[in-house]
Ligand binder design. Structure first.
Ligand SMILES: [Zn+2]
Ligand SMILES: [Zn+2]
Length: 892
């Protein structure tokens, strides 16, 4: 019976509570008392002032399960996370603490009893390490734990001495190591030397618990004086000890992390374990989803500074690995849901914060998607152009262009390059810095105008403008054109007095009919015409909260600050937006009526030619339900219901039953869109006057975006007619190929599919029969007294191989059979071992070894097993390996 991670956590805390410890809640990841520390990275952080004697608590013994993040810095290189079985950014640290109460003897006794009696670890698989000259600890491990001297290692300062900082409390430490087994590879041994046991870098001996004996105080000169009240600080990584107790080689295979890999498997449709690089990506996502969930819960928000930047880096790295798994839509936010499922029992705060967390992650994903795709494409181009370079060294100037022109983060670029076998030497980084410096100098000299917008400068300038000018008046509900005054022109983060032909500028007007992108509705396009110039409005959006900004390309003459202009909205596009926005409200209402009121909007996009609606719903929407939803919407279209907007108090609106979006910020006065008694929503968008203008509403797709979230895409009006037309044409063409009327297509296709299945089965049977006949003359070879048949039979699938093997087994009696086949570039493997030989050779092991050679997986019972892999070019090698796996009697 294995213990779950949650049970283990609880068992640890209960045990120490029974031994007089106060169980203290985990402190937040943002350390309250230590503004210089990036994140809480160990259990002792919240007790630092207690250890330093600056603060007294009601208790002298404590135990915690502490959430920790280590990312960047000396403790953890982000790049390693996902590549190993044990690196994490987020992890939990179990610890017991004594503040001047018990010391070494009881610390060791408590540790030993918990490990061996409570958790049942076998004593003969445990060893301890102590600091070189810590004779006390050495003697205690002998006496208290009964360890033989050969099981207590003395190690140096690097491994077994701890210090809080350059000055302050410090002392020797002592670690407990668990023997995972000598079958685990060891680099020392492979180099012909001996494994160093607990001191070795290999995984044969795993450090599971570190006991720190805070004994001294070190001053600035390095002098150490004994502390009056020595203390104890211990730490045991929960994921690690869970892996040991659950018999897993990797922390990621424990129940604390495995379900997250499962979630990613579900999204990507790639099984974990099928490909080493994909596995790395899945582990990265699993780990980073945990870190993001806990960091955002504890108040960190993605930004370009310090803690926010580390969080952003973590999320962006996960997004990149999502792309490597083929996930092109936002996905990470949905993984945070599984984190909540696994962990909210112990950390209820993540459940409470979840909607906020999911929204923040999703927003970051949406913001970064374009940059990521563009940057990755540019890097791919670069890799292609430099594939034959001898040095495979990245040019710092290219990194600068990526960053400067495309906004692609340099650390991420570095990692992509390194994954592709390129190196980014210090000289390249120096060149990057030089380019940055040159760029800053150009900006200071005022030489850079227009072109790529300097985003940070823009943020600042719009913040200033929003304090200087009142918020622009939006007239677009009623008017499509209006006279206005140009309040400001901005380019590249700088105010301009005028912009001339060919330039693109951000324009702020005192009033405008153009709708700025919000609530899912895309921004308007249009035109600005002045006395001595004009421009095209390419997009309209908000900056700095309420400033409506028009991105304008000047097409003629010039536009000037303070100038009177005429502004108009492109009406055809706007009409498309109105159609699809009102369509979205009808769809939302219909979904709630057909599927149930649990349906809540999770995101939406209103474009001129289609709409997209994400909503919470546990299962796929059935075809019959989609029809019902469409019918219900179209009924309300045909009834031509008047759409009435109204302004009211937020409270009144909510009381009247208007649907509001969770997590959305609303002012005190809100706009409510009512469509008869069918739909009432808080909404600032632009709508039709009556539903009849929609003409026709068609759902074009329905699918999952994440667990529990569905996405529907639909079209209205002209776009809907076009969609129906296209479908009809495809239907006619298909029917034409079969020479039948379109309405007979479903039955006819079903019949054809059935026939095809039957034919495939016949082909399989024929091939197997053929193969069996060819094997009549095969004679097994003898290996160490065991009859062995290891044959390659290309063109058979696993089922075919099995049927051949069954025939051979009957004929051969005692012996070992391994068959492999390559089909469509993939390898299938089967093995059988007659019962009398399974003590010496196991089919499961044979397949496991062979599959590893062809880059896949496999296993099964000692007498029967199967597997496969992607690399057919190594199938012969895999089959040849079998001989060496059949060991002579007595060698086991
Ligand atoms: Zn070793
Ligand atoms: Zn709306």
């Amino acid at each position: 019976m294995t213990m779950s991670g949650s049970e283990l956590r609880q068992k640890f805390l209960d045990y120490f509570a029974r031994h007089g410890h106060t169980v203290v809640r985990s402190s937040p990841l943002v350390p309250a008392q230590d503004p210089t520390l990036l994140f809480t990275n160990a259990g002792m952080v919240q007790f630092k002032s207690v250890f330093l004697g600056e603060e007294r608590r009601e208790y002298v013994r404590a135990a915690t399960a502490q959430k920790c993040v280590r990312a960047g810095g000396k403790h953890n290189d982000l790049e390693n996370v996902g590549r190993t079985a044990r690196h994490h950014t987020f992890f939990e640290m179990l610890g017991n603490f004594s503040f001047g109460d018990y010391f070494k003897e009881q610390a060791i006794a408590l540790c030993w009893e918990l490990l061996t009696s409570e958790l049942g670890l076998p004593k003969d698989r445990l060893k301890a390490t102590v600091f070189t000259d810590d004779d006390d600890a050495f003697a205690l491990w002998k006496r208290v734990a009964g360890l033989g001297e050969e099981k207590i290692l003395r190690l140096g300062e690097k491994d077994n001495f701890w210090a809080m900082g350059d000055t302050g409390p410090c002392g020797p430490c002592s670690e407990v190591h668990f023997h995972q087994g000598d079958h685990i590879p060891c680099a020392e041994e492979q180099a012909g030397r001996k494994c160093l046991g607990p001191a070795c870098d290999c995984d044969r001996w795993l450090e599971i618990w570190n006991l720190v004996f805070m004994q001294f105080n070190r001053d600035a000169s390095g002098k150490m004086t004994p502390l009056p009240k020595p203390s104890i600080d211990t730490g045991m990584g929960l994921e690690r000890i869970a892996a040991v107790l659950q018999g897993k080689q990797s922390n990621y295979d424990t129940d604390l992390l495995r379900p997250l890999l499962g979630h990613v498997e579900g999204l990507s449709k790639i099984p974990y374990g099928s490909d080493a690089e994909h596995d790395v990506s899945m582990r990265v996502i699993a780990d980073h989803a945990r870190a993001a969930t806990f960091l955002i819960t504890d108040g960190v928000t993605p930004s370009n500074e310090w803690r926010g930047y580390v969080l952003r880096r973590i999320m962006r790295r996960a997004m990149r690995h999502g792309r490597m798994l083929g996930l092109t839509e936002p996905f990470l936010w949905s993984v945070t849901g599984t984190v909540v499922e696994i962990m909210s029992g112990a950390y209820p705060e993540i459940a409470e914060a979840h909607s906020r967390v999911a929204a923040a992650v999703r927003q970051e994903e949406e913001r970064f998607a374009y940059t990521l795709d563009l940057g990755t494409a540019k890097i791919r181009e670069y890799l292609g152009a430099h594939a034959t370079d001898t040095g495979k060294v990245v040019d710092g100037k290219f990194l600068f262009t990526l960053y400067d022109t495309h906004g692609f983060p340099t650390d991420l670029a570095k990692e992509v390059f390194e994954d592709a076998g390129f190196t980014v030497p210090p000289e390249a980084m120096q060149k990057f810095e030089d380019e940055m410096e040159a760029q800053r100098a150009r900006a200071r000299a005022g030489a850079s105008f227009g072109g790529a917008a300097d985003d940070e400068g823009s943020v600042e300038i719009f913040r200033q403008l929003s304090t200087q000018f009142p918020k622009p008046e939006f007239l677009g509900y009623a008017q499509m054109a209006t006279p206005a005054r140009v309040l400001a022109l901005v380019s590249g983060g700088r105010r301009l007095t005028e912009a001339s032909q060919g330039e693109t500028v951000e324009v702020i007007l005192d009033r405008t009919p153009a709708y700025a992108e919000s609530g899912g509705q895309m921004g308007d396009t249009g035109a600005i015409i002045g006395r001595d110039g004009q421009g095209v409005i390419e997009d309209t959006y908000y900056r700095s909260g309420q400033m409506i900004v028009h991105r304008v390309r000047v097409t003629q003459g010039r536009l000037r600050e303070n100038q009177e202009v005429a502004v108009s909205v492109e009406s055809r596009r706007r009409q498309g937006l109105r159609l699809h926005h009102t369509g979205t409200h009808l769809l939302h209402a219909a979904l709630r009526r057909v599927l149930g009121t649990h349906v809540a909007q999770a995101g939406s996009l209103v474009a001129p030619d289609h709409l997209r609606f994400d909503f919470s719903h546990g299962s796929a929407v059935k075809d019959s339900e989609v029809s019902k939803i469409e019918d219900l919407v179209n009924e309300h279209v045909q009834a031509n219901i008047v759409v009435t907007p109204a302004e009211m108090d937020l409270k009144a609106a909510l009381q009247s039953g208007a649907m509001a979006l969770f997590g959305e910020k609303y002012g005190d006065r809100v706009r409510v869109i009512r469509i008869g008694d069918f739909s009432t929503e808080l909404c600032g968008g632009t709508h039709l006057d009556s539903t009849g203008q929609i003409g026709l509403f068609k759902v074009v797709s329905e699918g999952a975006v994440a667990s529990g979230v569905r996405r529907m895409e639909a079209v209205t009006g002209e776009a809907a007619l076009r969609h129906v037309g296209q479908e009809e044409a495809a239907l006619r063409e298909s029917a034409g190929l079969l020479k039948i009327p379109p309405l007979e297509l479903p039955q006819r296709l079903q019949k054809l599919l059935d026939e095809q299945k039957q034919l495939e089965r016949q082909v399989r049977e024929l091939k197997a029969r053929d193969a069996k006949r060819g094997l009549q003359d095969l004679k097994p070879t003898e290996v160490a007294g065991v009859p062995l048949l290891a044959e390659r039979l290309d063109g058979l699938d696993a089922e075919g191989l099995r049927s051949v093997m069954d025939a051979l087994r009957e004929r051969m009696g005692s012996g070992v059979i391994c068959l492999g086949s390559s089909m469509d570039g993939k390898v299938a493997l089967v093995a059988s071992v007659s019962k009398d030989l399974t003590k010496r050779v196991q089919a499961g092991k044979l397949v496991q070894e062979m599959a590893a050679i062809v880059g896949g997986k496999g296993g099964g019972r000692p007498d029967l097993a199967q597997g496969g892999g992607p690399d057919a070019s190594r199938l012969d090698e895999a089959l040849a390996r079998v001989k060496s796996l059949i060991l002579p009697t007595g060698a086991v």
